[in-house]
Design a protein around this ligand. Sequence first.
Ligand code: AMP
Length: 494
Amino acid sequence: MTDSLHEQGAAAPVLDPSFSTEIVADGRADAPEAVLAHDVAAEPAAPEGPHPFAKLGLAPELVAAVRDLGYIEPTAVQTKAIPMAMPGNEEQDASAAGFVDLMVSSQTGSGKTAAFLLPVLHTLLLQQQREEEEAKAEHARLAAEAAARGEAPPKKPRRVNPTQSRNFKAAVPGALVLCPTRELAQQVAHDAIELVRHCRGLRIANVVGGMPYQLQIARLQNANLVVATPGRLLDLQRSMQIKLDQVRFLVVDEADRMLDLGFADDLAEINQLTIQRQQTMMFSATFAPRIQQLAARVMREPRKVQIDSPQQKHANIRQVLHWADHASHKRALLDHWLRDPAIQQAVVFASTQIECDGLANDLQQAGFSAVALHGALSQGLRNRRLMALRNGQVQILVATDVAARGIDVPTISHVFNFGLPMKAEDYTHRIGRTGRAGRDGIAVTFAEFRDQRRIFDIEAFTKQQFQPEVIEGMEPTRRAPTAQPPRGGAGRGR
Ligand code: AMP
């Protein structure tokens, strides 16, 4: 299943004049793919100081990477989840391997990626070091035996170049991270590569649809941790390019989204293929009943970690609502906002791919540096547009929900909901594109009066009421609707 199936009204990709060919030529334009597989040369680890991440019990190589990334303190989800996810923690009950399964509810932007990557990488690193020591000891033993017999020591096996296609072997990763969308998978793989920069020989590979098959296979070689979307992973497993029976750690990221996108059967299959694993972690925005049912199927007595309730979320994001009389009123309000000089970069959400293309075109015509991003565009184009956003070559990204998942660009100062999200929880994911990495953000929602049901749903989900605002000279002709009491809750009139 491709994510584009979940957006409506697929249309031809927009040709964007603001998107120069330099970006294509720029080495960095390829970065999301170019960095997918990574074998780090022996870089010396920075000396370990009293870094707060060291207190979580992480290996010095990982603490050094975290220090390089400028993380000073672990975030709430990291403080809570990392020690629980580490092996042999005293908090853990006697599961044979010393690992517990974790079910973590944490919003995007909270540092959840490092919360699952760090403990998994830590354990992979320890395993790798142990295996190397065992191999060394075995070689020393054989050498001593040979010497006792007066023979030459045994030769070490010749190293083959794993990147040559004639040496390709099925990958046998020890850890697997599943993500619902390509963009999120690429972001997670990118974060993992940053975190293993001081770990010699730990390889990260990214498996997503849209990448040429051969290239994907090349990049899978010797991968220790694979970050994948379920469909392409199963394709590669069926064609025996990857074996999942050595997977010890399985992480399901954004499990709620995974179910929304119809990956339940794929998850069940991957669950079976990795049934001998030692640990499963599931991250989700909510613990909705369907997530709990999934957890019951794929985890053993998971421990729950709840970080934020929807009410506490996004305290650093100012949320604004404008009621509009009709679509062109909404468009004028958007135009007004986009001319605000305080905007560094913005994501404008559209409801459908057609609306997304149309709006991006419109904004280009109006002189904005805007591009569209949605699931009907080729993966290469999506990557280049995201990279252009990241590099500051594009100011406004017009996106659908699926395509915008996982976008992590700290300079996004504003999020605009031009088309409302289909589901209330998508609102939370959308606005989480701003206010990242400790910054403040503004999320502006435009609603026509006929959308009031959806606005009430969002208020019920976030347990926060919008305070509608008006722009002088652009007021709606009707009065703002009054909120309805939340279903099943106490009244909360305005
Ligand atoms: P995530 O919730 O994993 O998408 O992370 C959101 C952003 O926070 C990413 O840009 C991370 O690099 C950043 N981040 C993660 N952990 C920390 C930390 N402990 N300190 C500062 N930034 C962090």
